[in-house]
Ligand binder design. Structure first.
Ligand SMILES: [Zn+2]
Length: 315
């Protein structure tokens, strides 16, 4: 019996020792064997570019302005959308970053549809506006980046972008960890950063006709408290005791952004709006600033779409 107990302990010790064998260099140099193994792994990780295959790259585009739909090739779409949102003389790396974001969004929409009967639309708050014509500059940028997209967990990302943000971009939701609040560059130098809208009391009131607001005589008491998002945009705002979403309030007044403040004036209201666009993903003004300071497209994209991977697109 005693022999069995000894044998049991010997076997148990051997089993515990087995996993350590892989770290022992048989030449006797234990310390040298471990770093060489991890160096091989990191070299392999650097050379392995993730890929995404897209067999069908034709898109059905709904043109909101003409209420029509048309079929376009992916790169034609990229060049025309790029022409609609970026100036031709923008820094090349900012143009490339935007082209890759547009291509990624197009493939995201194609593989995870949000529209019925078409892949993309020209509503800038939903997809990207699209110019009717493009130029050699935009076509060249599209061609130079035509095998690059951004992916999250192996699929193209919903790479929305907007013109300008005040302080921070906006978080889209927990299921999109790459559309989070990202602090932007100082964009005060751009004209689109700050816009003043003025309304007379009557005009202001007319714009909320459909919302059944019980307006009182004294307009100084109409606009109440606001609730803000993490990205400093108006989530909810009270108007004469009725709570409205920031979206609905901004749509009624035709505001460019949900980052705004309302001040009563003698005859109506002044609304100061900061930034322009939906606030999601890359701020194009910040991308221009970064590119002007030497950042390449990869650095710009990885700042505004954290947790994503630059991926090779195979068509
Ligand atoms: Zn859309």
């Amino acid at each position: 019996m005693k022999n069995y107990i000894v044998l049991f302990f010997v076997l148990a010790l051997w089993c515990a020792f087995l996993p350590c064998l892989r770290f022992i260099d048989l030449s006797g140099d234990v310390s040298a064997s471990v770093p060489s193994c991890s160096a091989e792994e990191s070299a392999e990780a650097e050379t392995a570019t993730p890929c995404f295959s897209a067999a069908d790259t034709r898109l059905v585009l709904y043109v909101k302005e003409t209420n029509t739909a048309k079929s376009v090739e992916l790169e034609e779409y990229v060049a025309c959308a790029l022409a609609a949102v970026m100036a031709e003389d923008s820094p090349v790396e900012a143009l490339k970053a935007q082209a890759i974001a547009i291509r990624s969004l197009a493939l995201n929409r194609k593989h995870s549809p949000v529209h019925h009967g078409f892949d993309m639309c020209t509503d800038p708050f939903c997809c990207y506006p699209v110019a009717e014509t493009t130029s050699a500059t935009y076509i060249n940028i599209a061609t130079e980046t035509d095998d690059v997209i951004l992916c999250y967990r192996g699929a193209p990302v919903m790479a929305l972008s907007h013109l300008s943000s005040c302080i921070s971009t906006e978080a889209y939701g927990e299921e999109y960890p790459y559309l989070s609040c990202v602090r932007v560059e100082d964009e005060k130098g751009f004209a689109c950063y700050k816009t003043l809208y003025s309304y007379t009391k009557g005009d202001f009131k007319r714009r909320f006709e459909k919302n059944n607001i019980a307006f009182t005589e004294d307009h100084n008491t109409w606009v109440g408290e606001s609730l803000f998002t993490d990205g400093n945009r108006v989530r909810k705002i009270t108007l004469c005791g009725t709570e409205l979403t920031g979206d609905r309030f901004a749509a009624a007044l035709g505001l460019d952004s949900l980052c705004f403040s309302v001040t009563p004036t003698e005859h109506g209201f002044d609304v100061v709006c900061y930034g322009s666009g939906n606030g999601y993903g890359m701020s194009r003004c910040s991308a221009l600033i970064m590119a002007a300071h030497g950042a390449d497209y990869a650095k710009i994209l990885q700042r505004f779409y954290p947790n994503t991977v630059i991926t090779k697109l195979i068509k």
